[in-house]
Design a protein around this ligand. Structure first.
Ligand SMILES: Cc1cc2nc3c(=O)[nH]c(=O)nc-3n(C[C@H](O)[C@H](O)[C@H](O)COP(=O)(O)OP(=O)(O)OC[C@H]3O[C@@H](n4cnc5c(N)ncnc54)[C@H](O)[C@@H]3O)c2cc1C
Ligand code: SF4
Length: 512
């Protein structure tokens, strides 16, 4: 009977071929990977997300075996799969007379607790090692902000640029300024032609069938013969290459734009590959800086705008997550209590901006940042939807949604439920902003200019209602003072009519 001394667990978002674990083949080490029901059922996930993770895990398993490593792989529909980390690992420990158990530090608090508890009761030794993916360690952000008054992303980002020598000339930022955010706010011009996104065409029929056999619940749509997301490292690198050549030259410029005919515009769609660790943030950033320095087509505003998202926001959100959990998942500073409307699961709404953003989320498991923040997120914020419903929707629907980066963006940046830990003010807006940054309003049932009446855009009345409701909390915020000044200028009669309109819409929210 074959035995091993060490068992190493690889989670579904730890598909990092370059991890030091895999540098050498050790015939005393057995790896284990498992597709288990509880990991797909803690919220209802998009079918493409389940297929994508299982598909990438299966390819990783094949690659490891081809490289000579021993791997035990449990498919979701395997008879001997006990659908639990602990039970499957216990069986292997017993079966192969394992003396030592190892895992990579998970990114999720829930799994971190689960694995710690599991290891504490083992009667063999165990070890948690780094996942070797991020620039920072879990506690780096906490240490960085310890002596500072406020947790501002920009100061963290600048320190990261200096520390890792990214877009720097000696001690100064390339181009003389740190942040080109002001140049990232253009709408797509009418005659500008946008290239189609680079899409893969995997046949994932057999994984889809296994998911059906296992009876997993899911949302969203899939074309099993034309699955578009990368399932291995090479495909992720190809997507990166395509982004560098065709999309990066316009990335910063149109970063905040939205368009009803183009679902990903100039965005990279690398978040799924990054979050399951097919590629590392470092190799993406190095590649972008190289293109900027050697290819005159990409200017500093595009390169900096992109690098800020990964080196700044991504690492910042991870640090906030580990500093604030587990309390963060209970925060509800604005006391938002309304249920998420059913149209979030169907796209069945007359509001064109929401219809398009939700529909593409159901079709692709993807919406870009401004759609998540200023369309779906903004609607939930100004309608007072409870942040747990909002979290569950975001965590389920997006390919790239893993709690550490989902909850900080949703409960924090988008819903302001953390009272300002992540953002300095709520991202709330009326139709004016949506119309400025997109072409959604052109084809809408509602009128973007009206605040009251049957055809008035719901975003208008709901926006002013939100401002009014949270006056005590927000009025003293210097970034909100102009808005309160405008609201006061309306006068009490007009204010009342707008508030009545908002209340009518909120009472009939499912019909909007
Ligand atoms: C309400 C809400 C929920 C979100 N949920 C998630 C989530 O579950 N998972 C996730 O990865 N991102 C999330 N984001 C951040 C961002 O919207 C996505 O990372 C981005 O849309 C992914 O698409 P992309 O790869 O084309 O990004 P690009 O626009 O091409 O950006 C490049 C990369 O920068 C990183 N990035 C950009 N913005 C952020 C950000 N705010 N926080 C962290 N990383 C960022 C991502 O890794 C992304 O791949 C959320 C944002 C909001 C407003
Ligand atoms: S009019 Fe209002 S609801 Fe319609 S697309 Fe514009 S912002 Fe959205």
């Amino acid at each position: 009977m074959r035995t091993y001394t060490t068992l190493r667990l690889i989670l579904g978002d730890q598909l990092n071929e370059q991890h030091s674990w895999f540098r050498q083949v050790d015939n005393q080490v057995l790896y284990v990977m498992m597709e288990i029901e509880p990991e797909s059922a803690y919220v209802t996930h998009h079918i493409q997300k389940i297929v994508g993770i299982f598909g990438a895990m299966r390819q990783f398993n094949t690659q490891l075996k081809a490289n000579g490593h021993a791997v035990c792989y449990y498919k979701i529909s395997d008879q001997n799969n006990q659908q639990s980390f602990a039970d499957n690992v216990d069986t292997l420990i017993h079966q192969y007379q394992i003396q030592h158990f190892e895992y990579q530090l998970p990114d999720e608090y829930r799994l971190d607790q689960l694995l710690r508890t599991y290891c504490n009761q083992l009667n063999i030794t165990s070890l948690a090692v780094d996942s070797e993916h991020f620039y920072t360690q879990r506690e780096d952000l906490t240490l960085f902000f310890k002596q500072k008054k406020a947790t501002i992303m920009e100061s963290f980002y600048r320190a990261m640029r200096k520390k890792h020598d990214i877009l720097m000339e000696d001690t100064e930022p390339v181009g003389g300024i740190w942040n080109y955010d002001k140049e990232n706010r253009k709408k797509i011009p009418r005659k500008h032609s946008i290239e189609a996104p680079y899409l893969l065409k995997h046949d994932v029929g057999s994984i889809y069938k296994d998911i059906q056999t296992a009876n997993l619940k899911y949302i969203g749509h899939i074309v099993p013969k034309a699955f578009i997301w990368p399932l291995n490292r090479q495909e992720a690198l190809n997507l990166l290459d395509d982004f560098l050549q065709r999309m990066l030259p316009f990335f910063g410029l149109y970063q905040d734009a939205m368009h009803q005919e183009h679902w990903s515009l100039y965005h990279s769609r690398l978040s799924f590959s990054l979050n399951i660790k097919l590629i590392s943030p470092k190799e993406v950033i190095v590649a972008v800086e190289k293109v900027y320095r050697h290819n005159k087509v990409v200017d500093i505003a595009q390169a900096e705008g992109f690098i800020r998202q990964i080196l700044g926001w991504r690492e910042f959100m991870r640090g906030i997550y580990w500093r604030e959990m587990p309390g963060y998942q209970q925060l509800n500073k604005l006391d938002a209590q309304r249920d998420l409307p059913a149209f979030f699961w169907t796209g069945n709404t007359k509001m064109n901006c929401l219809q398009k953003a939700i529909q593409q989320s159901l079709d692709y498991g993807y919406a870009h940042h401004i759609q998540r923040l200023m369309i779906t997120g903004n609607f939930c914020l100004i309608s007072g939807i409870n942040p747990t419903d909002v979290d569950n929707w975001y965590l389920g629907i997006y390919m790239d949604a893993f709690e550490w980066v989902e909850i900080t963006n949703t409960r924090g940046m988008s819903q302001f439920a953390d009272g300002g830990i992540v953002g300095t003010k709520p991202y709330c807006a009326s139709a004016n902003y949506i119309n400025k940054m997109s072409n959604y309003c052109q084809n809408c049932h509602y009128n973007k200019k009206e605040k009251t009446g049957d055809k008035a855009c719901p975003f208008n009345a709901l926006y002013w209602n939100f401002i009014h409701q949270h006056k005590n909390l927000l009025k003293s915020n210097p970034r909100m003072s102009m808005v309160y000044h405008i609201w006061e200028k309306f006068g009490s009669k007009e204010q009342d009519i707008i508030l009545q309109q908002a209340s009518k819409y909120l009472n009939n929210i499912e019909q909007l």
